[in-house]
Design a protein around this ligand. Structure first.
Ligand code: ADP
Ligand code: MG
Length: 352
């Protein structure tokens, strides 16, 4: 099994880099963009301001194009494909959507269907495609109908670049991993311009390269209560850190919280987990795995993590307990000690 070739190191704390934008530390050129409904913070180390500005402008143009092409709920390439699927037709999307379909199928298979980007109609039933989700759970018969239709990305066929589906109930929504793919493409663009020390941070989900001068980058993992930093980790080389949380998008109905990550087995929002953070070298995989492990919950997340070949995982359960893999544990500095910490050896036998 392939291990992420990230190099993780523990060193003295120097600075903390989180989703929030503070003043740029010396040597760092920092700029913010807005795309995918989120603030994107780019930090480049040791780059001339003029070159940095030009590189970030190119990233901005890339993000805006991807945002338009991959949007499941606004007119664009993906919407045209979804309409063709709904009417039993075929559509030839651009190459990036074909790549996203390939990744979606891979992640659905590896997660045993817990990660399912064909879930668009179910998201619509729950109102999670709207700026303001909810306000109430959908009619249970509509959810049952969706469960019976059982849409899956594995029902898609790609023939000479033309896409069709054997199931019209498929509606693609790449919200669970497109941000990861997009951050990776930005890192690639910056690397091609000779920039080797950087962070592309999309609302707390990020990829980094190289180091911050003579020390690693310090990364903050957001607290599941949405307030401040839960833990930090020092990373250098090549790594991506992605978190899925129940605090990101949700609505409250009759005192109960309904979060935007849906369990394709029940048709309902996943329960029992506050947040999952995955560190891996492939951004789209880290993003998809964080969502998939959130759906899996305890104790099944271990099996899914093994299947998806992710090794560095921090899962915060609904009772405030931390479940952390043995490889990640020594690298984490908890800012606030969790109620309990379980260390999980993914290499060893599963203990329930
Ligand atoms: P965020 O994008 O808020 O950082 P995630 O990466 O966890 O969080 O993605 C959540 C998004 O993934 C949802 O808004 C929805 O578009 C999509 N999604 C929800 N449930 C699933 C699922 N079971 N499989 C695949 N995608 C999902
Ligand atoms: Mg995700």
């Amino acid at each position: 099994m392939r291990r992420p070739h990230l190099r993780l190191v523990c060193v003295a704390l120097v600075a903390l880099l989180t989703g929030a934008c503070g003043p740029a530390p010396p040597g760092v050129y920092r700029e913010q963009l807005f795309a995918f409904g989120t603030l994107i913070d780019i930090s480049l180390y040791g780059v001339e301001p003029q070159a940095a500005r030009a590189a970030i402008a190119a990233v901005d143009a890339l993000f805006q194009r991807q945002n338009r092409d991959w949007h499941a709920w606004q007119k664009g390439e993906l919407d045209s494909l979804n309409q063709a699927i709904a009417t039993g037709g075929t559509f030839q999307p651009d190459a990036s959507i074909l790549r996203l379909i390939g990744l979606a199928q891979r992640f659905e298979r590896l997660s045993q269907g817990l990660f399912n980007p064909a879930i668009g109609h179910l998201l619509n039933l729950w109102g999670f495609q709207k700026d303001e989700p909810g306000p109430a759970p959908p009619d249970p018969t509509a959810v049952e109908h969706w469960l019976r239709a059982a849409p899956s990305t594995l029902q898609l066929r790609v023939d000479n670049g033309r896409v069709s589906s054997s199931n019209r109930a498929v509606k693609l929504d790449f919200g669970g991993f497109a941000k990861g793919y997009s951050v990776a493409s930005a890192v690639e663009l910056l690397t091609r311009r000779g920039i080797g020390n950087l962070i592309v941070n999309a609302g707390g989900d990020l990829c980094l390269r190289g180091r911050h001068g003579d020390r690693p980058w310090r990364i903050g993992i957001r607290s599941p209560d949405g307030k401040g930093v839960l833990a930090s980790v020092d990373l250098e080389g090549a790594a991506c850190v992605f978190t899925s949380g129940d605090y990101e998008r949700y609505f409250v109905y009759q005192g109960k919280r309904y979060t935007h990550i849906l369990d394709p087995r029940t048709g309902e929002p996943a329960r029992g987990v506050h947040s999952v953070t995955v560190i891996a070298d492939e951004a789209a995989l880290a993003d998809a795995a964080a969502t998939a492990l959130f759906v899996a919950g305890t104790p099944q997340w271990r099996e899914i993590a093994r299947n998806m070949s992710v090794r560095e995982v921090l899962l915060m359960d609904a009772d405030g307990g931390a479940h952390v893999t043995a490889t990640l544990k020594p690298l984490l500095h908890f800012e606030r000690p969790p109620a309990a910490i379980e260390t999980v050896d993914l290499e060893g036998p599963t203990r329930h």
